[in-house]
Design a protein around this ligand. Structure first.
Ligand code: NDP
Length: 287
């Protein structure tokens, strides 16, 4: 009886000792947001703008990025700029970081959020697609991290990696995507260990997201996934808060992400069954 009680007391002390988030934490901070032309990335740019950050956004579609930059400036960003290009090309990934150095003179937070287009259906056996998606969703994250590390070490900055429940648990119909998200967990969780051993003062926050109401996710999965999506605006804010507080992981929404993961380690088959129950496979056939 005593051990669980002491555990609860310790957990309570830990949570009450945690620093609270304040928007001023981001004021004047130099931040890169990738995949910021739409969806959660776009919303993160707007939150950072309201908080007064220097923002560098990137994605492929220049016209959309221009609009995001305009809106960021209206919302109060200290500065807002964009670089357009594809993360399929590692030289471009490195170029974005170089641009942050040239334009912002350093970097405080690197938010890695972009994903390449994939399909929502049974795995089709296309190895080339898996390779391409690994390049966009995983290798470019590695390349940007490597290029940004000298600046992040200097600022004592943060790396924020946007992942998914599909990067923690086997989900059907997103096999190539899930592979890239599991890869992120392996790379960044191992790197975090090395940072700790070497006393590198750069935090790594892995964000485990459930179903979010972005246009692309709704288009791909709304008819098949039997869950109500969470709002992208709130999701974007929770990611920024987690990064600013240097949290190890962010779970959004908590109940639909953290609780299934507690089940996973002692009842994996049961969790797999619950996951399968969340899909209307009939509708998938019409896709
Ligand atoms: P969106 O599809 O809305 O946005 C993806 C972004 O990536 C866009 O800005 C897109 O812009 C950019 N992008 C696409 N291809 C490339 C490329 N080749 N090179 C560079 N940029 C590219 O995604 P969401 O907002 O829905 O998702 C954001 C993050 O959240 C992702 O990491 C995703 O895995 C994660 N997540 C989302 C969930 C959801 O339900 N929405 C659930 C779990 C995790 P452009 O086309 O202009 O290049």
């Amino acid at each position: 009886i005593l051990i669980p009680f002491l555990g609860l007391v310790l957990a309570f002390c830990f949570y009450s000792a945690r620093e609270n988030f304040k928007p001023e934490m981001l004021k004047g901070k130099r931040v890169i947001v990738t995949g910021a032309s739409t969806g959660i990335g776009e919303q993160m740019a707007y939150h950072l703008a309201r908080m007064g950050s220097h923002i560098l956004v990137t994605a492929r579609t220049e016209a959309k990025l221009q609009k995001v930059v305009e809106q960021c400036l209206k919302l109060g960003a200290a500065s807002a700029q964009y670089v357009s290009g594809s993360m399929e090309d590692m030289a471009f990934a490195e170029h974005v970081v170089k641009e942050a150095e040239n334009l912002l003179g350093g970097l405080d937070m690197l938010i890695l959020n972009h994903i390449g287009k994939s399909y929502f259906s049974y795995f089709d056996g296309d190895v080339g697609h898996v390779q391409k998606l690994l390049q966009i969703n995983f290798l470019s994250y590695v390349a940007m991290t490597v290029s940004a590390l000298p600046m992040l070490k200097e600022s004592g900055g943060s790396i924020v990696v946007v992942s998914s429940m599909a990067g923690k648990v086997g989900f059907p119909f997103t096999v190539p995507y899930s592979a890239t998200k599991f890869a992120l967990d392996g790379f960044f969780s191992s790197l975090r260990q090395e940072f700790s051993i070497q006393s590198v003062n750069v935090s790594i926050t892995l964000c485990v997201l459930g179903f979010i109401n972005t246009e692309s996710a709704m288009k791909a999965a709304a008819d098949v996934v039997l869950m109500s999506p969470a709002p992208k605006e709130e999701c974007a804010l929770e990611i920024i808060k987690g990064g600013a507080l240097r949290q190890r992981e962010v779970y959004y929404k908590y109940a639909s992400t953290k609780i299934p993961l507690l089940i996973r380690d002692w009842a994996a088959d049961f969790l797999d069954y619950l996951v399968r129950k969340r899909y209307n496979v009939e509708n998938l056939k019409k896709n």
